[in-house]
Design a binder for this molecule. Structure first.
Ligand SMILES: [Zn+2]
Length: 81
């Protein structure tokens, strides 16, 4: 079964899941309240972040956006752990 740690790594760093893990993912969220909550928070953060980036895309370079994205994820990981 997909572990909470594996699921978190997938959400936080975009680490690819194996085919079996992809099948286990929704089952894990169904059974694990904590991961369900975290997955929903990541979804919110991702969509909010995309909105901000899209708005400012014309002014910022790709490198700056990547840099910003990285610092946001570091902040999120620091707050969650
Ligand atoms: Zn879990």
């Amino acid at each position: 079964m997909l572990s909470c740690k594996e699921l978190y790594e997938h959400l936080a760093s975009g680490k690819e899941l194996t085919r079996i893990q992809k099948l286990q993912y929704p089952m894990h969220l169904f059974m694990c309240h904590n991961c369900k909550k975290i997955a929903s928070q990541f979804k919110t953060i991702n969509s909010s972040f995309k909105k901000v980036v899209t708005k400012r895309m014309e002014k910022a370079s790709e490198d700056k956006i990547s840099e910003l994205e990285k610092s946001v994820w570091e902040e999120v990981e620091r707050k969650i752990s």
